[in-house]
Design a protein around this ligand. Structure first.
Ligand SMILES: Cc1cc2nc3c(=O)[nH]c(=O)nc-3n(C[C@H](O)[C@H](O)[C@H](O)COP(=O)(O)OP(=O)(O)OC[C@H]3O[C@@H](n4cnc5c(N)ncnc54)[C@H](O)[C@@H]3O)c2cc1C
Length: 526
């Protein structure tokens, strides 16, 4: 299976992994997909709102670009955002070609509106089942194209290989059937890290393994302090943290506190469709002030037929919990949602390690800056996935042009033995309590101490031990806490109550690389 030139190994089967595999196949390669659980299990499957692209009348990629840059709060890589927004319409055409049934009205693509977008430009499918529709169409296309897909196979490590790429080590989730593959191109499409938080919208597979594995192999990772919280997630004791899409606010739903008052403060730039970090912090402030565990989303002003036609999944879910959103307010609170940082890539999806590529949520392409514009993430997986597929088919000579970043000494390596569910719970608790919506130096230091303790307790007993799930979780979490401690300012999704304003000196990215490898540094280099 996979690994050698011409037979790239693709790790993950969300939008990024499936799309890269399909395009690589069309370009004459024989890719193999390995994926941790069933083929369809991914963040992609749960995406609701949709995918952004300037395809509507009166919209242009330049406007989409401006909104993306504004949301990113001074840190968007403009070249990457230009590519994202210009290439979006062509990638949407690819999805249509693979059979994604985007919703239409009178024969025209129907476009929704989401926070911080200046135009209605969100394509959706099945109302609010966009991710499901995309995942199903790509999965079916991959099967039809005869792409080899190995389910319940986990990437465990990347070992030194050849100029073509690293050697990937894979096994079953329980460690059986360990294989070290021949050196060759490897594409990390392992998704985000949201489920490392106690409260998150993400499925269990989103544990940031790809970041930990790449980091241990000496690969540069960046923007790890930027984790986006989704402001409106169903908040009822005992119920799953089901996302109530922002598109509902786009259709006119409003936020109220328990007393029924609208609490968003326009003087602070707060509004229902303000950027997610702004709305999430405003809700958290209200929750703390009132002592009530949630605020409420009031969708009762949207006509019932429209509400149920446009948001069938949300309405079905709420009805299962005995709540009719056309008559009652929906209890909501912010939870962890989207990992902005990850494996640093250049504009072609190349990481700092030759032959290792990253696409989708695991990658840090720079398009999101300090804060992701809603519905740009499915798009990022496609646009940079296409570039990765082209690289796989016709690699450009020379070292990857990973952008110059600020490098700091990385935290310890962390690896080894299997940990316990209790240790995983500790990691999730530390991130939730100390690396959350509002952070400070004391909490971040205490998180780093606790996470290092976990990493030490699962350290290898001998040189051959491969890191397990707990070691990966503790390492990814400690990279997040370390970068968050380092960034002594507030910007985008990263808010420090001890440094509540942006600072010009921090208008740059934080990169982390394993200490002791070429290119790492014991001092901050600016
Ligand atoms: C509830 C929810 C709603 C969302 N709504 C939207 C939206 O409306 N619009 C939007 O643009 N974005 C949305 N997002 C974000 C978006 O869904 C994700 O950013 C995107 O789907 C990520 O795609 P991906 O292919 O990078 O990763 P994923 O879809 O998460 O796929 C990752 C894959 O990697 C596999 N994997 C992980 N680790 C390993 C390993 N070690 N070995 C082997 N396989 C591994 C997983 O099993 C999975 O198959 C939403 C996310 C959630 C959770």
């Amino acid at each position: 299976m996979g690994g050698e030139p011409g037979t790239p190994l693709i790790v993950g089967s969300g939008i990024a992994g499936l799309y890269v595999a399909l395009r690589a196949r069309e370009l004459g390669l024989r890719p193999t997909i390995v994926t941790k659980a069933r083929l369809e299990e991914s963040n992609t499957r749960y995406a609701q709102g949709g995918i952004a692209a300037a395809v509507g009348a009166g919209d242009r990629p330049a406007l989409h670009f401006e909104d993306t840059v504004a949301a990113g709060d001074g840190l968007v890589d403009r070249a990457a955002a230009r590519i994202l927004t210009r290439e979006a319409p062509a990638r949407i055409a690819d999805l249509v070609r693979y059979g994604v049934p985007f919703d239409t009205v009178d024969g025209q693509i129907s476009l929704g509106r989401e926070g911080a977008h200046s135009r209605s430009r969100i394509l959706h499918a099945g109302g609010d089942a966009t991710g499901f529709s995309i995942e199903e169409a790509l999965r079916r296309s991959a099967i039809d194209a005869g792409i080899e897909a190995r389910e319940e196979r986990v990437l465990r490590a990347l070992r030194p290989g050849s100029a073509a790429g690293p050697r990937a080590v894979v096994s079953r989730p329980d460690g059986r059937d360990l294989e070290e593959l021949a050196p060759g191109p490897v594409v990390l499409a392992t998704g985000g890290a949201g489920s490392l938080y106690r409260q998150s919208t993400n499925p269990a597979v989103a544990t940031g393994d790809g970041i930990a594995i790449a980091f241990r192999a000496g690969v540069l990772v960046s923007d790890m302090e930027f984790l986006q919280f989704h402001p409106t997630v169903f908040a009822r004791e005992g119920a799953p943290r089901f996302l109530i899409t922002e598109a509902l606010r786009g259709e006119g739903a409003i936020l109220r506190n328990q007393a029924g008052d609208r609490f968003l403060n326009a003087r602070r730039g707060e509004a229902e469709l303000a950027a997610r970090d702004v709305v999430a912090r405003a809700i958290q402030r209200e929750i703390r002030r009132s002592g009530h565990p949630s605020v409420y989303l009031d969708a009762t002003g949207i006509p019932r037929t429209r509400l149920f036609a446009r948001f069938p999944s949300v309405c079905r879910f709420l009805q299962a919990y005995g709540l009719d959103p056309s008559k009652e307010w929906i209890p909501v609170a912010p939870v962890a949602h989207y990992m902005i940082g990850g494996v640093t890539t250049d504009l072609e999806g190349r990481s700092s390690l030759p032959g290792l590529y990253a696409a989708g949520e695991v990658a840090a392409t720079g398009v999101h800056g300090a804060n992701r514009l809603a519905s740009n993430s499915l798009l990022e997986g496609l646009v940079f996935g296409e570039r990765v597929a082209r690289q796989l088919a016709r690699p450009v000579a020379g070292a990857p042009t990973v952008p110059a970043r600020l490098l700091v000494l990385a935290p310890q390596r962390g690896a080894g033995r299997r940990g316990s569910p209790g240790q995983l719970a500790l990691v999730r608790e530390q991130l939730w309590e100390n690396v959350g919506i509002v952070r400070n130096a004391t909490g971040l230091r205490s998180a780093i101490r606790a996470l290092r303790g976990v990493a030490r307790s699962v350290a290898p007993t001998n040189g051959d031990d491969l890191p397990g799930a707990v070691a990966n979780a503790a390492l990814t979490a400690s990279l997040m806490a370390t970068a968050a401690l380092c960034r002594t300012e507030s910007r985008g999704a990263h808010f420090r109550e001890d440094w509540p304003r942006p600072r010009a000196v921090w208008r740059k990215h934080i990169g982390l690389r394993l200490a002791g490898r070429a290119g790492s540094s014991a001092r901050a280099v600016r």
